[in-house]
Design a protein around this ligand. Structure first.
Ligand code: NAP
Length: 331
């Protein structure tokens, strides 16, 4: 089998480390790995598939010298803005986890279960959506196809790891009374209705991302969507309450049947026996879990869903690796 040279930019971060894990688990044919990070980590070592690799400082010269086939980016928007085009100019296909390219019309925004055909339209850069959007659209795309979605109301409960190593450390340090460094307020024993920056209309950037990215991935600018995104003291795994209103009549049982057959979805829904997805119990899983499927009795056709996924896996690393696997498969 052909082997590929794969660069991972941000290899020492929360998402980058998980990318290495998923690449190995999924047995992606990586002949050579090039782990890039900042000058802070350069020279250190990182293990991948039983072999030690030296961490390389991300500079234009080092990118040009590396001649990678693929580059998986998870080092923030600023880094992607500067370095993704350099990789692309050198012939690599970049799969970028940051928000930098997601809304660029010339860049496909891809969730392989939903819009794999968009991958072929890439001109060297493919964007991975925001973690909270990925898990939502995996569940919503088959419902949009079956019943036509009219309106979505998102309310999220997002893990601290969504803010990287700094977010994780704020929860851990908060337990022993340390002041937060990453979040604006304490996260331990607290809930913050504030993810990313506030915009002039009062929404946060995270909320705007969910709204705009959902429309782009589902290919429907007419979708009416609103969102409230909230950080909760959970280490891994985002949970979402999703209220959906449909064009066509849809009973909760019919919605459950569609979801049971949907690619990448696991239905966990037996309320009588307290069976529903929770983030702590589903850590390190690649799928999107859906429970609490019930009719919204306040509208002619609509349901409420509870959707949980590991934000570092399906919300970031796994989705990026699945895009890479799709390209390599030559489909
Ligand atoms: N966490 C999530 O749930 C999630 C989900 C989807 C997308 N993302 C996106 O993925 C990206 C990384 O997130 P994360 O959670 O992994 O953050 P993180 O844990 O803080 O890691 C950041 C990584 O970027 C590297 N980096 C920072 N500045 C750099 C520079 N100037 N040059 C080269 N490398 C640099 C860091 O290297 P050093 O070790 O050298 O500092 C580290 O490897 C962000 O764009 C984030 O929005 C995160």
């Amino acid at each position: 089998m052909k082997q590929y040279k794969v660069a991972v930019v941000g290899a020492t971060g929360m998402v980058g480390r998980k990318m290495l894990e998923v690449l190995a688990e999924h047995k992606v044919p990586v002949g050579e790995l090039v782990p890039f990070a900042s000058a802070r980590s350069a020279g250190g070592k990182i293990e991948f598939c039983g072999k030690e690799y030296e961490i390389i400082e991300l500079t234009e010269q080092n990118v040009k010298a590396c001649k990678a086939d693929y580059a998986l980016f998870s080092a923030g928007a600023g880094v992607s803005k500067t370095f993704a085009p350099i990789f692309a100019e050198c012939g690599a296909v970049v799969i970028d986890n940051s928000s930098q390219w997601r809304m660029d019309e010339s860049v496909p925004l891809v969730v392989p279960e939903v819009n794999p055909a968009a991958i072929k339209l890439n001109r060297g850069i493919i964007a991975n959506p925001n973690c909270s959007t990925i898990q939502a659209v995996v569940a919503l795309a088959p419902l949009h196809k079956a019943f036509g979605i009219k309106r979505i109301v998102y309310s999220t409960y997002q893990a601290v790891s969504g803010a990287g190593v700094g977010g994780y450390n704020d929860l851990l340090g908060g337990i022993s009374g340390e002041a937060p460094k990453k979040f604006p307020r304490p996260i331990f024993a607290n809930v913050l209705p504030h993810i990313d920056v506030f915009l002039p209309n009062g929404y946060t950037k995270e909320e705007e991302k969910m709204i705009k990215e959902t429309r782009k991935i589902l290919g429907d600018d007419s979708l009416r969507i609103t969102a409230t995104t909230v950080r909760v003291p959970v280490y891994y795994g985002h949970s979402e309450s999703i209220n959906v209103e449909f064009e066509k009549p849809a009973k909760a049982d019919e919605v459950r049947k569609v979801l049971e057959k949907a690619d990448g979805v696991v239905v966990m829904d037996d309320s009588a026996n307290a069976v529903y997805p929770t983030p702590r119990e589903l850590e390190n899983r690649d799928e999107v879990f859906v429970g609490r499927i019930r009719q919204d009795e306040s509208v002619p056709s609509g349901v409420n869903l509870w959707v949980v996924a590991d934000n570092i896996r399906k919300g970031a690393a796994t989705n990026a690796v699945q895009i890479l696997e799709y390209i390599i498969s030559g489909k």
